[in-house]
Design a protein around this ligand. Structure first.
Ligand code: HAM
Length: 426
């Protein structure tokens, strides 16, 4: 091939690897069903304006990470960098506010951000997420965190850690902004150039800066907790009380501000140990103003999204064996040209009975066929040979112990379950 490879920051998920994704997706589906979340699938691209308005103009995502292009009709289109704004758009567009509230939705699929690729950070990555729209109850914030933790536990992840904070609301956040700006004003020349521009546009983002100089200047920074209005304070206290009553440990991180501007009240991240800089496997929170920001009716909502690529890395770094099914129940081998027709019949019959079966097509020696069957991970090889055909029989070879047994062809075709053959794959 002429050396064309997958674009930087993307990857192929090959057979062998794909089963691990299916394993994660199955758990997401199962847990979401238990909590009443139903799947939604939104387009991979949206009008750029949705993300500009939803995520916020002065965020890294909108400023420099979106895959935006003009389509042939002259519209500005963006590959979705996240799933929340599209779900809110769909909720409004299809008037889901007309059905029983809150509406609980989940999704999974690829997202796109033009970031600097490194371990755990890609340009096409995969998220699953849940969004509960139409409730302002702090119980829903707690439920969201619980769904995340339940899914991660069922995947077998250990040592996860939850950080929570409150971002306040349009009533109290402006006061915090002012307090923050007041504190930072005399320190501006010691902040990094990016934070200096953030100072005017989006000062809260400065709390998230990873530069050492900025971190030093932030040591005594005022905390948003001291500025919350009574409603936000009560809400946050209830979320914490519910978590505690469920025996779910968490820590308060007053610097947790998240990279998207739509958050109000509760925000949280789930951190996996030993993951270096990309240690957040999930993040989310409440976004009571997003629906209005998108031009719709006011709709309180809360949700989270998890990075599935990172979850897989975390699972692997913890040495977790993902329960993967075996590849193949049986390989049908052929000895002699006259056996080909019967081999085809046997393979089709076994497949019709639900077995996973491959058959020989290349006319190789039996030895070579057994080797192929072994490489495919087949549990059994069914040998259809001219000699056995004369006796209306076939041979079943157990690949584990090498044991062989001659069986009547009719039984193999009509009731394979009655033989030593077993479906070993789920
Ligand atoms: P986010 O924090 O931008 O939030 O992304 C959620 C998770 O996606 C991150 O914690 C991380 O695990 C994963 N992730 C993000 N960017 C990348 C990347 N470039 N490569 C690999 N993984 C990545 C959101 O997207 C919000 N929509 C979450 C939400 C839902 N808030 C409310 N509802």
């Amino acid at each position: 091939m002429s050396g064309i490879s997958a674009p930087r920051g993307t990857k192929d998920i090959l057979p062998g690897e794909v089963e691990k994704w299916q394993y994660m997706e199955d758990i997401v589906r199962r847990v979401c069903a238990r909590y009443g979340y139903r799947e939604i699938r939104t387009p991979l691209f949206e009008h750029t304006e949705l993300f500009q308005r939803g995520i916020g103009e002065a965020t890294d995502i909108v400023e420099k990470e979106m895959y935006t292009f003009t389509d042939r009709g002259g519209r500005s289109i963006t590959l979705r960098p996240e799933g929340t704004a599209p779900v809110v758009r769909a909720y409004l567009e299809h008037k889901l506010y007309g059905s029983a509230q809150p509406v609980r939705l989940f999704y999974h699929g690829p997202m796109f951000r033009y970031e600097r690729p490194q371990a755990g950070r890609y340009r096409q990555f995969h998220q699953f997420g849940i969004e509960a729209l139409g409730s302002q109850d702090p119980l829903m914030d707690t439920e969201t965190i619980l769904v995340a933790l339940t899914i991660f536990e069922e995947m077998g992840l250990e040592g996860l850690h939850i950080e929570v904070n409150s971002m306040g609301c349009p009533r109290c956040r402006p006061m915090y902004r002012e307090g923050l700006k007041h504190y930072l004003k005399g320190r501006l020349d010691r902040l990094c150039p990016v934070c200096r521009t953030r100072y005017e546009l989006n000062p809260v983002r400065i709390l998230d800066c990873k530069e050492n100089t900025c971190r030093e200047e932030l040591e005594q920074v005022p905390e948003i907790g001291d500025y919350l209005c009574p409603e936000c304070r009560d809400h946050f206290e209830l979320v914490q009380r519910y978590l505690t009553s469920l025996g779910r440990p968490y820590s308060l991180n007053p610097r947790l501000v998240r990279g998207l501007d739509y958050y109000t009240k509760t925000v949280f991240e789930v951190i996996a140990p030993g993951m270096g800089a990309q240690r957040a496997v999930a993040g989310g929170g409440r976004y009571d103003g997003l629906a209005e920001e998108c031009g719709g009716r006011a709709t309180p909502a809360v949700g989270f999204a998890a990075g599935m690529d990172r979850l897989l890395l975390a699972l692997e770094s913890q040495g977790k064996e993902l329960s993967l099914s075996r590849e193949l129940d049986a390989f049908v081998a052929i000895v002699g040209d006259k056996a080909r027709m019967m081999a085809l019949k046997v393979a089709v019959a076994l497949r019709d009975h639900g077995f996973r079966v491959e058959m020989e097509t290349e006319g190789r020696s039996l030895r070579a066929q057994l080797k192929t069957a072994d490489r495919l991970g087949a549990a059994h090889v069914i040998i259809i040979g001219e000699e056995e055909l004369g006796r209306n029989a076939a041979v079943i070879r157990n690949m584990e112990d090498g044991g062989q047994q001659e069986v009547p062809l009719a039984q193999l075709i009509e009731s394979p379950e009655s033989l030593s053959l077993q479906k070993i794959s789920g």
